[in-house]
Ligand binder design. Structure first.
Ligand code: GAL
Length: 414
């Protein structure tokens, strides 16, 4: 009897489940080792809520390809349920009138209290939540292979001068100093870290947030560009077009000693079974220990045709903000939870340092949006900045002054 009752009950629940089950199609670009492991956790959690995950993964670091694919789908009137859209681009999509409000979930779960305003403001369009944040990535990191440094008798650099001294020592020892991926977003990732190290946070704000022409053509900008270009002799001839995770693999496998990259790189080290502090080091990009360039991943929600689909969307948003998800996803991704009050005890030393520095820099006013990762400017302006920086990196005839002029012009592109 008892057994029968349990079976019946389970059957009724299954029916109830099926009635509300939705197919949740999620666009993202998390296809590398660490990224894919993190994305798998998202899928698992959604399926545990009874929905079906439909993967819309578009490979390509920083999501340029994914954004192209998204535009095609939205224009044809067939958007996915949710898409990895970040920063000011959320407003751009909001203006297209295609995003859905998830305010009821956000109110019920008190998101305004769980998120710092610097984050919640970006997730809202005209005062309503239309996106849910996943994490906080720190971008201004340098990833180091300590064994190679030891071979060259060099130390992990803290200043820009030390960085070039270490690079030179590695070169002399026959070791490639820098693993580099020559793609516009990666060029910008390295450049923004160098510019911050050379010019400091006030200069960074003027050049990349306020788009101030005087800062963009200043001697500090010229020096930042020159310093950035000094890295090139320490990279290899095959770096053009290389994906970021392949550059990270070079550090993991001892082919190169250092990589400038955000902490999604840590996801690659961890996925390869490497231990922070032992097999690899995370150090703030030279000269930027007191600053924090942030990159917050988020999913924007699209207007959907029916109630079941909306239910799936809201369950998805709620899962993303849950403490379980924020922990397990970020342990794999290399980032830290964006939700306040999380227990950080399972996170490694890099994650704990990131969480601590996020708080400190936020109080000091040196928590800065990463322009290379879509946090600081309109996407068209960002694209023009990318072009100027990549052209300068690739064209050895172009002077730093010419590149600075290009940045001044880029700042006017909207
Ligand atoms: C960033 C994104 C990260 C990571 C990286 C490389 O823009 O925010 O989550 O995926 O690109 O693809």
């Amino acid at each position: 009897m008892q057994a029968l009752r349990i079976t019946l009950c389970a059957a009724t629940m299954a029916v109830a489940f099926a009635a509300n089950a939705a197919e949740v199609e999620v666009l993202h670009w998390w296809t590398s080792g660490g990224e894919a492991k993190a994305a798998a956790e998202l899928k698992k959690m959604l399926e545990a809520k009874g929905h079906k995950w439909k993967d819309f993964a578009v490979a390509g670091g920083a999501g340029e390809n994914a954004m192209t694919a998204l535009k095609t789908r939205v224009v044809s009137g067939n958007p996915p349920t949710a898409a990895q859209i970040k920063g000011p681009a959320i407003q751009e999509w909001g203006e297209e009138g295609v995003l859905a409000s998830i305010d009821d979930v956000a109110k019920k779960e008190n998101w305004d209290k769980l998120l710092p305003p610097v984050v919640s403001n970006v997730m809202k369009y005209k005062g309503s939540y239309v996106a849910v944040p996943v994490n906080v990535h720190r971008v201004n990191w340098l990833w180091v292979n300590p064994e190679l440094l030891k071979k060259a008798n060099a130390k992990a650099p803290t200043t820009i001068d030390e960085f070039f001294a270490t690079a030179e020592a590695l070169k002399k020892a026959g070791i490639q100093a820098v693993a580099y991926g020559g793609q516009p977003w990666q060029d910008a990732t390295v450049f923004e870290a160098i510019a911050l190290g050379v010019g400091g946070p006030d200069f960074y704000k003027k050049a990349f947030i306020q788009l101030d022409a005087n800062a963009l053509k200043s001697p500090t900008m010229v020096k930042s560009l020159e310093t950035y270009k000094r890295i090139k002799p320490y990279t290899d001839k095959n770096s053009a077009g290389r994906e970021w995770n392949l550059a990270t693999a070079m550090v993991i496998n001892g082919k190169a000693a250092m990589q400038f990259m955000g902490d999604w790189a840590k996801g690659e080290f961890l996925a390869a079974g490497k231990v922070p502090g032992k097999d690899f080091l995370c150090v703030p990009a030279p000269g930027t220990a007191n600053d924090y360039t942030f990159n917050i991943d988020s999913f924007a929600m699209f207007k959907l045709p029916n109630k079941d689909a909306e239910k799936g969307e809201k369950d998805f948003a709620s899962a993303v903000m849950s403490t379980q998800f924020q922990e397990v996803f970020n342990l794999n991704k290399g980032s830290i939870p964006v939700r306040a009050g999380m227990d950080m005890s399972k996170f490694d030393s890099c994650g704990q340092q990131s969480a601590k520095d996020f708080q400190t820099t936020s109080k000091k006013g040196t928590l800065l949006p990463s322009f290379a990762h879509g946090m600081a400017m309109h996407s068209a302006t960002q694209g023009a900045y990318y072009d100027a920086i990549s052209q300068f990196w690739n064209d050895d005839k172009m002077t730093a002054k010419q590149a600075a002029d290009k940045l001044v012009a880029a700042a006017k592109v909207q």
